[in-house]
Each structure stands twice: as C-alpha cells, then as structure tokens.
Design a protein. Structure first.
Length: 103
C-alpha cells in the first residue's frame, strides 16, 4: 500500500497501482494551476466513512509507494479519473476500466 501525505499532517493509504494513476491526474491539474476537491470512501478499518481534501499547488503533497516498480499505466483509467476531476464533485476514485491500448 502506498501513501498520500497531504500537508504533512494527513496520510491516506491507497494501492500502489491506484496511487500511480491518481498521481498522474493530480499532478496534471496542479501543474495547470487548477485547485480541486478529492474525495474517497474510507476502508472499513478506518470507519467506513468518506474523506475529502482540497488540493492546491501551495500545499505540500507526497506520494510514497511501497513497491519499487512503476505499474503499467492504463490510459483509459487516467481519462476516467480525469473526467471526475473536472466535475463539480471533484476527483473521485472510479473502477479501473479495461485498457484498450496499454503503455
């Protein structure tokens, strides 16, 4: 499990594969100067609730992976995640679709 460390005060765990795809979407939006909301459903171990954070380029953000290999990127998943990120609800985790092309 990888970790997303937000503003050095909050840590969330995500599967390395998911975290890699989130990093691509988040970095793209922040590089463009776009602030946005990111929300997800918490694991049952964490109370089975929801968490939402406001992402802005002025706040420190660290992506820490448990594995040393970068997983193959599913462009269809990046696109699906990106579509949620531009919605009024902000970035949300969606299931990984089949990758028609792969990288």
């Amino acid at each position: 499990m990888g970790k997303l460390v937000y503003d050095s005060t909050f840590t969330a765990e995500f599967d390395d594969r998911l975290l890699t795809h989130l990093q691509i979407v988040i970095a793209t939006k922040l590089r463009r100067g776009e602030s946005f909301m990111f929300s997800w459903r918490d694991d049952r171990d964490a109370g089975d609730g929801r968490t939402a954070i406001w992402l802005d380029r002025s706040l420190p953000l660290v992506f820490r992976y448990s594995g040393g290999r970068v997983p193959a990127i599913n462009r269809a998943w990046v696109e699906a995640l990106s579509m949620t990120a531009v919605s009024s609800g902000g970035l949300r985790i969606v299931p990984e679709p089949a990758d028609p092309g792969g990288v």
